[in-house]
Design a protein around this ligand. Structure first.
Ligand code: SF4
Ligand code: SF4
Ligand code: SF4
Length: 319
């Protein structure tokens, strides 16, 4: 049975109930990064509604195609060659995992319900948009950023592709494409070997008051986006209603993506591995003293590196 709480209903009621003066169902005011006191924007994903149609996957690819890399070959040889070449440019049509050209995919999970029925669930998977994202805090070049509305994104103009963001991400989300980006101009044989890509929460669409493409395209209203307090309440109500389970409240210190499932997450059986993230419990990465210390040390360096990178890019574009 479909949950009675729909995305459109939520957007109509929650912002008005909160006294937010906005017209229609737009999320514009709530999502404007300039709002210093705004709550993070959070997405609720109701797994029980997803039919695995992949409309969201193709909408994401279409909406973000202009951000994808168009690398030139042959790629420069790396010294030492410990940073592997990762080239997805000839496999752009892959949709069954995360790649630099596919920022959202549908994960198939088998499960047994409380009633003993064997079912298959389809789960939209992409960046979790952690509240305290290690990919952002530990990026040595300041290429990964977090906006005031909680979304995190990687600036392809600054990223050198060193993969630190992926190494510290509990779900290994960012994906590298070789042969593109700043490293080709700076140190093609020695620097990071490409650019890292992941879901950026359609930040330009959100800035314009539009919905992320995957949410807009979904025929089943699987995803709902809104203020954190509203979404958390909604997730808890939904979990209670379906006697279900929540993922994302505490994982990695809390994420701005919340899943609700009718089956416990530790009983889901699915493929994991490269480009296929798990759904295990995750400790708060940034609570570790060593990571906190590293973040404090690299923050000013990363800020300076980002400024230099941006300046260099501008110079090159103007030349
Ligand atoms: S568009 Fe909606 S129903 Fe279809 S796969 Fe994506 S989330 Fe599931
Ligand atoms: S899920 Fe990974 S890539 Fe996404 S914000 Fe968290 S640490 Fe960063
Ligand atoms: S929010 Fe945008 S970038 Fe992220 S998965 Fe959805 S469509 Fe793709």
């Amino acid at each position: 049975m479909r949950s009675p709480i729909s995305r459109r209903h939520f957007l109509k009621t929650s912002f008005f109930a909160a006294g937010t003066a906005i017209a229609g169902t737009s999320i514009a005011k709530a999502a404007t990064p300039a709002d210093a006191d705004q709550e993070p924007l959070v997405t609720l994903i109701d797994i029980s509604r997803c039919i695995g149609c992949e409309e969201c996957v193709y909408a994401c690819r279409d909406a973000n195609a202009h951000k994808f890399a168009d690398p030139k070959k042959p790629f420069p040889k790396m010294y030492p060659d410990r940073v592997p070449v990762e080239d997805w440019s000839d496999r752009r049509d892959v949709t069954d995992r995360l790649t630099p050209y596919n920022w959202l995919y549908i994960q198939y999970a088998s499960a047994t319900t409380k009633e003993g029925e064997n079912i298959t669930l389809t789960i939209p998977r992409r960046c979790m948009h952690c509240q305290n994202p290690p990919c952002v805090k530990l990026c040595p070049w300041g290429a990964a950023k977090q906006e005031k509305n909680g979304l995190s994104r990687i600036d392809a103009q600054i990223c050198l592709g060193g993969s630190k963001c992926k190494n510290v991400c509990p779900w290994d989300i960012p994906q590298r494409q070789t042969g593109t980006g700043l490293y080709l101009d700076l140190l093609p044989a020695f620097a990071g070997n490409g650019v890292m890509y992941k879901c950026d929460r359609c930040y330009q669409k959100i800035e314009k008051g539009e919905q992320p493409a995957c949410i807009e395209a979904c025929p089943e209203d699987v995803q709902t986006i809104g203020k954190r307090s509203d979404i958390i309440k909604m997730a808890k109500d939904l979990a209670k209603e379906m006697d279900g389970y929540i993922y994302g409240l505490d994982e990695n210190g809390g994420t701005n993506t919340i899943y609700v499932s009718p089956v416990p997450f530790d009983q889901l059986v699915y493929d994991t591995g490269k480009g296929k993230p798990h759904m295990h419990p995750v400790e708060d990465t940034m609570a570790a003293g060593s990571n906190l210390a590293i973040a404090m040390v690299i923050a000013p360096i990363a800020g300076a590196a980002a400024a230099v990178g941006k300046y260099y890019r501008q110079m090159k574009e103007e030349a």
